[in-house]
Structures are given as structure tokens and as C-alpha cells.
Write a protein of this length. Structure first.
Length: 182
């Protein structure tokens, strides 16, 4: 698991088990510093190349924008997800609740199904955005769908205050069921 500091002077990944990820708010724009930094061409601390930082900023921004489209009249818990394929295309999704609850679909699954329906087949990263102090990982059903279609994809969790955490799917889904068991 990698945690990162957003808005610090050193844009390098902090590896290993350091303390909790931290972030700050850009006072001029009232946006998380990673979002404000994206406007100036710099970016989050978890990638070392400028191109990768730009893509991750776009992925996070797409997840945050998708969150705004969520239909969550029952839980009021809006979630957005953005999935990047091997060609750099980004597919977004939001949670869509239903009065029967069981037919509700999570943002991550919407993003995966949208990508598959548009012909994407290989994925490199997903960002998941929610408004919670604790970063919100994918639920069990989403982990299974992500594993089936994306493998050990890079997962970045983000909240509205700019706190992030990035890890491989296998870190939170250590013994997945897949076609090899059939």
C-alpha cells in the first residue's frame, strides 16, 4: 500500500508503512492542493513522471466529476469512479440507487461496464471518489468485478478534502475467485 502526501514540496512516492496520508487545501481556489496543482501542470505525489501525474490528475478529476452525477436519494452517499484503459481513455461511473436497494449499482461497476460496452478490454488504473473522512474502498462485489475485468489494477481512493491512497487491487482482494477455478 502506498500513501502519499499531497501539496508537499517533494513530489515523490512515500513507500512502505509511513503515517497517514495528508493533504491541504489551496487557499486561493478552495480546492485540494493536488487539484490546484493540476491547473499548473504539477500533480499528485504518487507518480514520478510528469505524464503519469497528468493522467492521474485527469483520472481523479473524472472520478470527482462522476460523483456529482450520482443518484443517491436514499443513502445520500455519492460515489464516483473513473477507469483508465491501456490507451489512456477514461470511463467514468457513479452510484445509482434504487428503492429496492438490491438493484443499486456502485460507481466502480458502472465505470467497468461502461468501458466494456465501449470496447475497452485492458485497464491500468481506477480512481474512486467519495465524501468521507475515511477513504472508501470498493465493496466486495466491486472488487470481484474489478478483478474479473481489470486484474491487479492500481486503485486510488480520494475524498473531497484531497486525501488519497493508492494500492494494487490484490492488496485488498488477496484471494480472488476467477475463471481459473471453473
Amino acid at each position: 500500500m502506498r500513501r502519499c502526501e499531497i501539496g508537499g514540496a517533494d513530489p515523490l512516492v512515500r513507500a512502505g508503512p509511513p503515517g497517514p496520508a495528508t493533504s491541504s487545501i489551496d487557499k486561493a481556489s478552495s480546492r485540494p492542493t493536488w487539484a490546484a496543482a493540476a491547473d499548473q501542470g504539477s500533480g499528485p505525489a504518487w507518480h514520478s513522471s510528469i505524464g503519469e501525474r497528468h493522467i492521474m490528475n485527469k483520472l481523479i478529476e473524472a472520478a470527482l466529476a462522476a460523483r456529482e452525477q450520482a443518484h443517491a436519494p436514499f443513502s445520500h452517499f455519492k460515489v464516483g469512479a473513473a477507469l483508465e484503459d491501456e490507451n489512456g481513455r477514461i470511463f467514468s461511473g457513479c452510484n445509482v440507487e434504487n428503492a429496492t436497494y438490491g438493484l443499486t449499482i456502485c460507481a466502480e461497476r458502472v465505470a467497468v461496464f461502461k468501458a466494456i460496452s465501449e470496447g475497452a478490454r485492458k485497464f491500468v488504473a481506477i480512481a474512486v471518489a467519495a465524501d468521507a473522512d475515511e477513504l472508501t474502498p470498493p465493496c466486495g462485489a466491486c472488487r470481484q468485478i474489478l478483478w474479473e475485468f481489470c486484474g491487479d489494477v492500481e486503485v486510488t481512493l480520494v475524498n473531497l478534502r484531497g486525501k488519497t491512497e493508492t494500492f494494487g487491487l490484490k492488496d485488498i482482494f488477496p484471494r480472488p475467485f476467477d475463471a481459473s477455478f471453473l
